[in-house]
Ligand binder design. Structure first.
Ligand SMILES: [Zn+2]
Ligand SMILES: [Zn+2]
Length: 322
């Protein structure tokens, strides 16, 4: 920004004007919140990092089994329908599952592991997990006791064995089925205030895929745990992003802004992560939006209006993240 423009804006802002007071300018003070040596919005040392991503392995295969927000409730619109948000990774690991997406598990796949993001019933239905034969349940430590009780009730009288439960702390990394998965804090809330909801970083070979639903934007701490935060010391870039865009571009602001993302927010997030080289995908890789609300137009129309590299996921879409 040209200094003249900056001063003009500063004059309109009492805080900025105070920071620019002649005394501060005289002393050469750096305004608060701007670390010394870091350009505004910049990442010190980031310019030394790689400019191109060269994959070292086959990568992560994602099957979108459900791409709808909670408001679909099994009701098609104009012949189109989205199941509850769910993905199957490498045919072996599920992230969130309700009965709506059970039919999307391919016949030759028998996933035994599930990661839950949170306990909203458009993501978490114990009966569905038991029905498909889940043996390992990874979920936030903040609600594990409740989940165990829910599963016990769901299994009652069915003769189905209870799975093993593995609690995750924020930032904790586990390895299962060839995937290294890190639990990241989401900006979301369930009906239980003590529950810290999660999003996930999925790593295999050199591929680093962020699966972010449900969340209102990405928090600095989540990016920090993923190695892509502004202040991360151990910097690593993301090579794939799947992010929720519950609200379409034309939505009127409502309470969802506190816990969900709009398509505009996702576009801005990707733009900034790209500019700062915290997102460095292979050429042509799309950023898929998921957990789409019912207010979106039909699939064919969505992609026509989305800014690159955004694309709308749909139920049954399979994507390889090298
Ligand atoms: Zn949801
Ligand atoms: Zn939710």
């Amino acid at each position: 920004m040209k200094r003249r423009n900056f001063l003009r804006i500063a004059a309109a802002s009492p805080i900025a004007a105070a920071l620019l007071s002649p005394l501060n300018l005289l002393r050469g003070q750096i305004p608060p919140n701007r670390p010394q040596g870091a350009p505004q919005g910049g990442f010190p040392g980031r310019s030394q990092g790689p400019t191109e991503y060269v994959p070292t392995g086959p990568g992560i295969k994602v099957r979108f089994m459900g791409t709808g927000g909670a408001d679909w409730r099994g009701q098609p619109i104009n012949g189109e329908y989205r199941r509850n948000a769910s993905i199957l990774v490498d045919g072996k690991v599920i992230f969130d599952l309700t009965q709506t997406a059970v039919d999307m598990i391919p016949a030759d796949c028998h996933p035994e592991t599930i990661f839950y993001t949170h306990s909203h019933n458009d993501h978490y239905v114990p009966k569905a997990a038991l029905d498909v034969g889940i043996k390992r349940v990874y979920l936030g430590e903040t609600w594990i006791d409740r989940a165990k009780e829910d599963f016990r009730k769901a299994a009652e009288g069915t003769g189905k064995p209870l799975p093993e439960f593995i609690p995750l702390k924020e930032g904790q990394t586990v390895t299962v089925e060839g995937l290294t998965v890190t639990a990241l804090p989401a900006n979301h809330a369930s009906n239980y205030n003590e529950e810290q909801t999660l999003i996930y970083l999925i790593v295999k070979d050199s591929a680093r895929l962020l699966y972010a639903t449900d969340t209102g934007g990405l928090t600095a701490r989540a990016l920090g745990f993923a190695g892509a935060g502004q202040f991360s010391r151990d910097r690593k870039f993301l090579t794939g992003i799947i992010m929720e865009a519950t609200m379409d571009a034309n939505y009127a602001p409502d309470q969802r802004i506190f816990s969900h993302s709009s398509v505009d927010l996702v576009a801005q997030t990707v733009q900034v992560l790209s500019q700062t080289r915290n997102y460095l995908p292979v050429e042509g890789q799309k950023v898929y939006i998921t957990h789409l609300g019912r207010s979106y137009p039909p699939q064919a129309e969505i992609d026509a209006t989305l800014p690159a590299p955004l694309s709308a996921a749909y139920d049954g879409l399979e994507v390889l993240y090298p």
